[in-house]
Design a protein around this ligand. Structure first.
Ligand SMILES: [Zn+2]
Length: 475
């Protein structure tokens, strides 16, 4: 407040000086401003965790034109339009959740291509998540509708894995129809939208056949993208070790890895079963996909103690999981903190690792030039309980909280208004240039959210509250 007032006074003082001298000073000031890097947004004093670049220390992060412009010690605050102090918080790449269901809005009941899905933006940005992957809610037949309905209209970056079932995740009648599991049209659709369709999914299959997995791998091979497998009903005819040792390719993803439902756990040792060990050795990725029913403490803890941690942490967000044991991505990450996983590894498993799994390595890191998706997290200390799919609980003394989310270089969520200015301070440069660093003030500086239409008779009532007092700006 003082600084702004002083700046204003300085300008007033200059205006009172002989004009030629004043002009020189003003020109000098503008030139200095133009000569500076003039970042759009600067996050100062946070603890940066960036697995790709092996950064795990206090650093400033500067953003310009939607990209990371600089990461370094002590970047001066006045080089940015907006500088935000985030001391005591963690600055990490925008989180990536590679297992969600967001094909909402079709009106179809009891269907993940409908009412079982959620609209993404209400569940993502507030949790530091800037990118999600819809895991097979649509197939090649209805992907264009999903794209038009959700992908093209969401603030969240929504990517997709196509279901190997052409009709997508519309219920057992569709999802067990072997006739609709075709590699070629699935691959053709994926090739039409590179970078948006990032994988092929199989899920919920109850039959004894290997068809869905073989077709998914075939589609993934043609389109050069990974497959993600929810292994469906447990069948003696198709054991997990065979899927992970021979059917899947290195780089494919096994989700619901800690459900304990399909032989993930060796019941003699409590540790990982044969398929899990062999699969990891071959380069299969293991994803959490917590969901309503796919995370069990009685599996997760013994596997973790045996040295088997997942590669990526994800939610399997949908209407039946969102208010159950799974709350949101940070809550799932908290469970790994509770098991003793270091914060740096938890963050890696929600950023750089999932980016690598879906072959989108332009995301999930804070390299200079990278897309400026950023989450600012704090770690709360207290007494917290975390439940699994069976309502058994593990208590922990820490949990993560999303303080600020930046997507494509602009603030999209700000829990405690750390980017705000006091209400009684006159707008400054950062307010005038708000479009450069925030999406939270789309309407621009200085206007009320409400304005009378031309000719509307309330104009005389629409005057701002008069600001008086010693520190009021002079007219
Ligand atoms: Zn799922």
């Amino acid at each position: 407040m003082k600084a702004r007032l002083l700046a204003r006074l300085a300008i007033l003082t200059i205006a009172a000086l002989p004009s030629a001298y004043a002009q020189t000073l003003v020109q000098g000031r503008d030139a200095a401003a133009q000569g500076s890097p003039d970042y759009d947004l600067l996050l100062k004093g946070g603890h940066v965790i960036d697995a790709k670049n092996s950064i795990d220390t206090v650093m400033d992060l500067a953003i310009k034109d939607g990209k990371v412009a600089a990461v370094g010690k002590d970047i001066p605050a006045d080089t940015a339009v907006k500088a935000v102090t985030v001391t005591g918080m963690y600055v990490v790449p925008g989180l990536i959740d590679i297992h969600t269901h967001v094909y909402a809005g079709t009106g179809e009941r009891h269907s993940y291509a409908g009412d079982l899905s959620v609209y993404p933006d209400g569940f993502t940005l507030r949790n530091g998540v800037t990118t999600i992957v819809d895991a097979g809610s649509s197939g090649w037949r209805n992907f264009p509708d999903f794209k038009d309905r959700i992908i093209d209209r969401s603030e969240t970056r929504v990517l997709a894995m196509l279901n190997i079932v052409g009709s997508g995740m519309r219920g057992g009648k569709y999802e067990n129809n072997l006739e609709d599991m075709q590699a070629e049209p699935t691959a053709a659709m994926a090739l039409k939208y590179p970078g948006v369709i990032v994988g092929v999914k199989s899920a919920h299959f109850m039959g004894p056949e290997w068809t869905p997995y073989e077709q998914a791998v075939k589609a993934g091979t043609i389109a050069h993208i990974p497959v993600m497998i929810d292994f469906g009903g447990r069948r003696i005819e198709r054991p997990l070790y065979q899927l992970l040792e021979t059917v899947l390719r290195p780089g494919d993803i096994y989700t619901h890895a800690l459900s304990g439902e399909r032989g993930e756990q060796d019941f003699k040792t409590g540790g990982p079963g044969r398929g899990m060990r062999e699969g990891r050795a071959r380069g299969i990725y293991f994803d959490v996909g917590h969901g309503q029913a796919s995370f069990a403490w009685f599996t997760a803890i013994p596997l973790y103690k045996a040295g088997f941690a997942p590669d990526s942490i994800s939610t399997d967000l949908h209407i039946d999981s969102m208010n159950a044991g799974m709350k949101d991505l940070l809550n799932v990450g908290d469970k790994f903190l509770a098991m003793g996983m270091p914060l740096q590894e938890v963050v890696r498993d929600m950023t750089w690792n999932p980016a690598r799994e879906i072959l989108q390595t332009q995301l999930g890191n804070l390299s200079v030039g990278a897309i400026a998706d950023v989450a600012v997290l704090s770690v709360q200390h207290g007494d917290f309980g975390f439940d699994d799919a069976y309502s058994t609980v593990v208590r922990s003394n820490q949990k993560m909280l999303c303080e600020l989310t930046v997507k494509d270089g602009k603030v999209v969520y700000d829990l405690n208004a750390i980017t705000g200015e006091p209400w009684d301070v006159p707008p400054g440069r950062a307010d005038r240039l708000a479009k450069r660093w925030t999406k939270l003030r789309e309407r621009g500086f200085g206007d009320s959210h409400w304005k009378p239409l031309p000719g509307q008779p309330l104009v005389k009532d629409w005057t701002p509250y008069p600001w008086t007092g010693a520190d009021a700006p002079k007219p």
